[in-house]
Design a protein around this ligand. Structure first.
Ligand code: AKG
Ligand code: FE2
Length: 285
């Protein structure tokens, strides 16, 4: 792929690229098109030293599609499109610290997520990403053939682990700012059935679509489903499929939830503050 406006520097063998030469509050259409093509190809992009206002972050996000609103967490008062995620020293809970893909419990899960770092720990707090095209392509043909017909059942409230609203409040017991953002999803659905192998609507490539929200496989006995899900979870996180991003103040990561799982590392006990925007997606097929 040829880029004339931006420099694209892969940060690992199979996923993730750093984009140089793009100031996200001043992208002309040609540069945006290169960013978008790089994004589809590398699955997650990283930008350094961005100085953009909340409105500029929203404007950039909207070039990817409509804003998706988090069903369980309120955004900023002045900018409800932005969820400010704050971890404080001693608060003990790290948002997104298991492998997952965002909003998989929604019948129309988020297409993309953009995270903009405002305060970062001196060490730790990296985010990991895993390429789920590869997770699919590296399975054997008989396995792919079997899994191609399988459907998953996914929930936002973790019916086995029993999260529920009370636990959600409990998890932020030491962080009143985050606790105050918790809300009821209202009539937004937080359960969804999806194909285990989905086809990316733009690249047309198949990927493994599984994450921490996945509870069971439609029609399988519970022990069969558990074993297959365990195997696929482990497989989907193979180190060769992943990259790991070290945050700095002003860094932005932008990932494609249709072909990426990610995980925030809970290896720090300092303040970390990010601004997160998700983009609405379509029903997986
Ligand atoms: O904070 C992070 O590094 C990622 C958290 C996460 O899972 C998300 O924002 O969707
Ligand atoms: Fe996430």
């Amino acid at each position: 792929m040829e880029f004339r406006k931006i420099e694209v520097v892969p940060i690992s063998g199979n996923i993730g690229a750093l984009i140089n030469g793009a100031q996200l509050n001043a992208l002309n259409d040609e540069t945006f098109e290169e960013v978008y093509q790089a994004w589809l190809h590398h699955c997650v992009l990283f930008f350094r030293n961005q100085k953009i206002t909340p409105q500029e972050q929203i404007d950039f996000a909207q070039r990817f599609g409509e804003i998706h609103f988090h069903p369980y967490m309120k955004g900023l008062d002045e900018h409800p499109e932005i969820l400010e995620i704050i971890k404080e020293p001693g608060d003990g809970y790290t948002f997104g610290s298991v492998w997952h893909t965002d909003q998989m419990f929604n019948p129309k899960p988020a297409k993309a997520t953009m995270l903009y770092a405002h305060e970062v720990p001196k060490k730790g707090g990296d985010t990991m990403f895993s390429n789920q095209y590869l997770a699919y392509e590296t399975l054997s043909k008989p396995m792919r053939d079997m899994l191609n017909r399988v459907k998953t059942f996914n929930v936002g409230d973790g019916f086995r682990r029993g999260i529920g609203k009370a636990k959600r409040i409990d998890r932020y017991a030491k962080n009143p700012t985050m606790q105050a953002k918790i809300r009821d999803p209202g009539n937004v659905s937080t359960e969804a059935i999806h194909p285990l192998i989905r086809t990316h609507p733009e690249t047309k490539r198949k990927s493994l679509y599984i994450g921490s929200h996945t509870q069971t496989l439609d029609g399988f006995n519970a022990d069969e489903a558990d074993s297959i899900i365990d195997f696929l979870r482990n497989h989907s996180q193979r180190h060769e499929f992943t990259c790991r991003f070290r945050w700095e103040t002003g860094s932005i990561a932008l990932w494609d939830n249709r072909c990426v799982q990610h995980k925030a590392l809970a290896d720090y006990d300092e303040r970390r503050r990010t601004h997160r925007i998700t983009i609405a997606g379509e029903k997986p097929i």
